[in-house]
Design a protein around this ligand. Sequence first.
Ligand code: TRP
Length: 373
Amino acid sequence: MSNNEFKVTPWEVKGEVDYDELLKQFGVEPLNDKLLERLRGHAGSLHVLLRRKVFYAHREIGDWMDSYEKGVKAVLYTGRGPSGYTHLGHLIPWILTKYLQDAFGSDLYFQITDDEKYLVDQELTMEDIHRYTKDNILDIIAVGFDPRKTRVFTDLTYTKEQYNIAVRVAKHVTFSTARATFGFTDSSNIGIIFFPAIQAVPCFLPQVLEKRDAHVLIPCAIDQEPYWRIARDVAPKLGYRKPAGIYSKFIPGLGAGGKMSASMPETCIFLSDKPEEAVKKVKNAFTGGQPTIKEQREKGGNPDVCVIYSYLYSLFDEDDRSVAETYRACKAGERMCGECKNQLADKVAAFLKEHQRRREAAKKRVDEFLLKE
Ligand code: TRP
């Protein structure tokens, strides 16, 4: 590790993440302009999360588009660990997944790892997990996936088909590889040591269920990459295609430093927050501003460390000219933090209102999405 110590595993993100360094550590590629142009060609336009490089890395997404163009079935796979209520950070990969589903007309397999969260989190009871699972499914449906093309399933209820594939995967993964990949220790429980085989299953599930060739692309946050390393190693041994991936950075919390985390509720926008509550959190957020208005006018602010600016940039201000102007005016001392906070607060409030309306409507539609045994 360099002197800037950081650590990213599927269960822990520590320190300030150096995303370029992480590309090297994980051996994945940056998303280059050529690939982005190809995506634009298929989708008609480039999603703001791609334009602003929130999704910044990939593995073989070009091959996945080749498959699509050649008529191989192109499928999407993403997931959620139901360890709590959903927040804005969780939604980022789902929003991109919906865009990709629309662009490529893809089937989507959505795995809910109720087993993983039960095994990893010492505090959570099975009842907690079931409650979060039910709750999280509503947020997933609210994103707007196509019910005819989307299969949502949980590991503890859609088990038989998954287990049959998981044992085949597990046979080819040694403990030494799993330990090196995930950092298991002697005190890791044996459930979590097996679990990576379960998370690999949906990479191959479309091929198994439909008995035909299919190429899976996984949109997710970059911390999930170690799982796909295992899945990709095993794929050829089982006669399956390796999954491709498209990976995002983490969305920061509203405080100074760190990713958005449910364990710090005051710096976290939950999808169930009342719009007024979320507005309050935005107004209390960490900015790149100076301590006084006078100093801000003289010295200018620092958008590069500002959480408010990063939200506008990453997702909430899609207009390239407007966001560039915000950056310039902030640095020049012409724009005060209050203006950015108001702009973001309005956007977040509107976003939550719409999401919560769709979430309410989702309650009647769960059966259209759930894959059962
Ligand atoms: N392990 C993930 C989590 O803790 C859940 C998950 C399962 C997932 N399969 C996935 C996430 C595929 C992204 C893509 O949230």
